[in-house]
Design a protein around this ligand. Structure first.
Ligand code: FA5
Length: 327
């Protein structure tokens, strides 16, 4: 009996010491110290021993159990410690490593210039209005003093859509739409895309215009010139050469166009403007004796070309990242 206990004890201690992980240790515990272990079984047979042997053997068994339990506890905490260390090592983060770095995007050059232009006019007290890109002939032409079959319709190579409508050739229809609904005083800008059958280095079939108009009592050509001059200074700086050149539009009288010096290439036209024609006022029910106003329509693409030194308008619509990344 004593021998048996000794054997069990040393076999158990060996297995406990050798346990490689917590699962192996639990296996050893069940086998040597659990309810169904041989040691427990031995305790149950104490009754069959001689009376004087019982306490001695009992003490031995208990001593073995205590030793095993102490060894189990010790091993368990050692294994837990190792597991924890391994876990920490595996999850370790080096917070000093450089990050992956998000590539930062930016606005398209046209959006940048459009926002800049809008902000200049907003600071001057203008508010923003919008109109549809698919327009009726009335708003694109008739309401702007361009009757059907009038030769000046040819100034805009128009793209028609089914049902008699068209892709607006300029943002001027927004003038008519706003004036139909509201009474002066008005100071409005209308940004947006416009369409024409045009194609060369400074003409794109889709481009951006910023319309503007101001209507009140006693608005003069001086107000027009002062407003546009202030805009040109803010957009291009005081040093840039600009010129006002007499022109013709059916919806303004007198009319002027503005050119900006194009480094090494002479001048580039950026906008048309003038004093709103009395016929436009009559069509929206304003009294031309009482009110006067000026209007202008500028090409945002052209302004971007001049500002950034771009010599081909089509680069703006090709979405080539090598080009776009430069802005
Ligand atoms: C107009 O469109 C008139 N609606 C402007 C206006 C408004 C005059 C209010 C008077 C009062 P024009 O066709 O000239 O005018 O165009 C105005 C500007 O748009 C031009 O000066 C030019 O900068 C730009 N532009 C015209 N066609 C193109 C094109 N195909 N591609 C890029 N920009 C263009």
């Amino acid at each position: 009996m004593r021998e048996k206990i000794e054997q069990l004890k040393s076999a158990a201690l060996r297995q406990i010491v050798a346990a490689a992980d917590l699962a192996a240790l639990e296996e050893a515990r069940v086998r040597f110290a659990g309810k169904n272990s041989e040691l427990t079984a031995l305790l149950k047979t104490l009754g069959t021993l001689a009376a004087e042997e019982r306490p001695k053997v009992g003490a031995l068994v208990n001593e073995a159990k205590t030793a095993l339990e102490a060894a189990l506890t010790e091993k368990k905490s050692a294994l837990q410690q190792t597991a924890q260390t391994q876990k920490i090592a595996a999850e370790k983060l080096d917070v000093t490593l450089p990050g992956k770095g998000l590539k930062r995007g930016h606005y398209h050059p046209l959006t940048q210039v459009m926002n800049e232009a809008k902000n200049i006019f907003i600071r001057l007290g203008f508010e923003i209005a919008e109109g549809p890109e698919i327009e009726t002939e009335y708003y694109n032409f008739d309401g702007l003093n361009i009757p059907p079959h009038h030769p000046s319709r040819d100034m805009w190579s128009t793209l028609f859509v089914e049902g008699g409508q068209l892709l607006r050739t300029h943002t001027s229809p927004v003038q008519v739409r706003v004036m139909e609904k509201r009474k002066p005083p008005l100071a409005i800008i209308a940004p947006g895309r416009v369409y024409r059958r045009d194609y060369d280095a400074t003409h794109s079939p889709v481009f951006q215009q910023l319309e503007g108009f101001l209507v009140n009592k006693n608005v003069t050509f001086g107000d027009l010139k002062g407003t546009l001059t202030e805009f040109l200074r803010q957009m291009f700086g005081k040093e840039r050469n600009v010129r006002f050149r007499p022109s013709y539009f059916p919806f303004t009288e007198p009319s002027v166009e503005v050119d900006v010096e194009w480094e090494g290439k002479g001048w580039m036209e950026i906008l048309g403007s003038g004093m709103i024609d009395p016929n436009v006022f009559k069509a929206v029910g304003y009294d031309p004796e009482k009110f006067s106003g000026f209007a202008f329509g500028m090409g945002i693409d052209r302004i971007a070309m001049l500002k950034y030194g771009i010599d081909n308008i089509h680069l703006m619509y090709e979405n080539d990242l090598r080009f776009l990344e430069q802005f």
